[in-house]
Design a protein around this ligand. Structure first.
Ligand code: TLP
Length: 345
């Protein structure tokens, strides 16, 4: 059975053009810095993010971890959102592997951290306290509905960061979705961040990989940390080649995923057993709940949908996340809506 897989945009398989580029990639030992294809991808990525240098890493998780480790010393504190991917879904790597303390402050439903909350969380210079070193933001914000964070907000955080001499890391796993949704250049969304990670392996369809970008000195530190983490890969131009195709061909089309997410939400809004989050979708993610009086929970609905060829993500006992991507076409959206209608009758 061909499934309509809405669990995540991480499920995307590479396009035929990517497979071709992978087969033909010129490679070398990237730990020696000799893989031309990796070097090309890193340069392209850095240019797109307006940073001096880039570092190809196996995952968004390693990109964020290497970045935070490169910004902080053991015992330093990083301010993160309580719904951020770094806090929720990265297996506590920053504390387990870096001895870095996290201060979690509430994410507003719009994905941001209130400026006053950040200001209040910055520690005074006192030997009782860890040293506040870094703020981590996320754009688009996954758990906050895939919402895009604006340039204006980034500027207001920048002001605070400068006042207090902090660093700013952006988990831009889906930064291109944010830029498309806001109608701005990715560069405008990241230029106040000291470092940014973006993923090639989500909506951009590459099989593996993210790129961490920042200043040359910063990337030099991050390169050593990547090695410590076991992320120094060898002839990895095979993967970087797909990343180059991703950056060249898959960015502009993300608007199609956003449109299909709207169509999906529109279709599902007609089903009385489902309650869509207000304003969903913001980008390529539709968030919804099962009405209180409906007799099935999300896992039961998910299992029935699976029998009808539709895979969905369950994020809470009565909640779903549905993510559109390159491999979901209009017929897939229709199939998903009719499967939900049948199960939630
Ligand atoms: N997110 C995955 C899951 O881990 C939840 C998904 O299906 O959305 N930052 C953000 C904002 C992410 O959404 C993700 C992946 C990552 C970082 C981590 O990327 P990978 O999976 O490459 O380590």
């Amino acid at each position: 059975m061909n499934f309509v897989d809405l669990r995540s945009d991480t499920v995307t398989i590479p396009t035929p053009e990517m497979r071709e580029a992978m087969a033909e990639a010129v490679v070398g030992d990237d730990v020696y810095g000799e893989d031309q294809t990796v070097n090309q991808l890193q340069e392209m990525a850095a240019a797109k993010m307006g940073k001096e240098a880039g570092l190809f890493v196996p995952s968004g998780t390693m990109g964020n971890l290497a970045a935070i480790l490169a910004h902080c010393e053991r015992g330093d504190e990083v301010i993160v959102g309580n719904l951020s991917h770094t806090f929720l879904y990265e297996a506590g790597g920053i504390s387990a592997l870096g001895g870095i303390h996290s201060c979690q402050i509430p994410n507003d439903p719009s994905g941001i951290l209130a400026i006053n909350d950040i200001r209040d969380a910055i520690r005074p210079d006192d030997p009782h306290h860890p040293i506040t070193r870094l703020i981590v933001l996320e754009n688009t914000h996954n758990r906050c509905g895939g919402v895009a964070i604006t340039v204006e907000y980034m500027q207001s955080v920048n002001k605070l960061v400068n006042e207090h001499g902090l660093g700013l890391h952006l988990d831009g796993a889906r930064i291109f979705n944010a830029a498309i949704a806001l109608g701005v250049k990715p560069l405008d969304l990241v230029n106040t961040a000291d470092s940014v990670t973006f993923c090639l392996s989500k909506g951009l369809c590459a099989p593996v990989g993210s790129v961490l970008c920042g200043s040359s000195n910063f990337i030099q530190r991050a390169r050593r940390i990547r090695k410590q983490l076991g992320g120094g890969m060898r002839q990895v131009g095979i993967l970087a080649a797909a990343g180059i195709v991703a950056l060249e061909t898959m960015v502009e089309r993300l608007s199609e995923d956003h449109q299909r997410a709207k169509n999906l939400a529109q279709g599902l809004s007609q089903i009385s057993a489902l309650v869509l989050d207000p304003g969903t979708p913001k980008t390529n993610m539709v968030f919804l709940s099962i009405a209180d009086d409906f007799h099935m929970n999300a896992v039961q609905v998910k299992d029935r949908l699976l029998q009808l060829g539709v895979k969905v993500g369950v994020t809470a006992p009565r909640r779903f996340r549905l993510v559109t991507h390159y491999w979901i076409d209009d017929a897939g959206i229709e199939q998903a809506v009719s499967a939900f209608s049948e199960v939630c009758r």
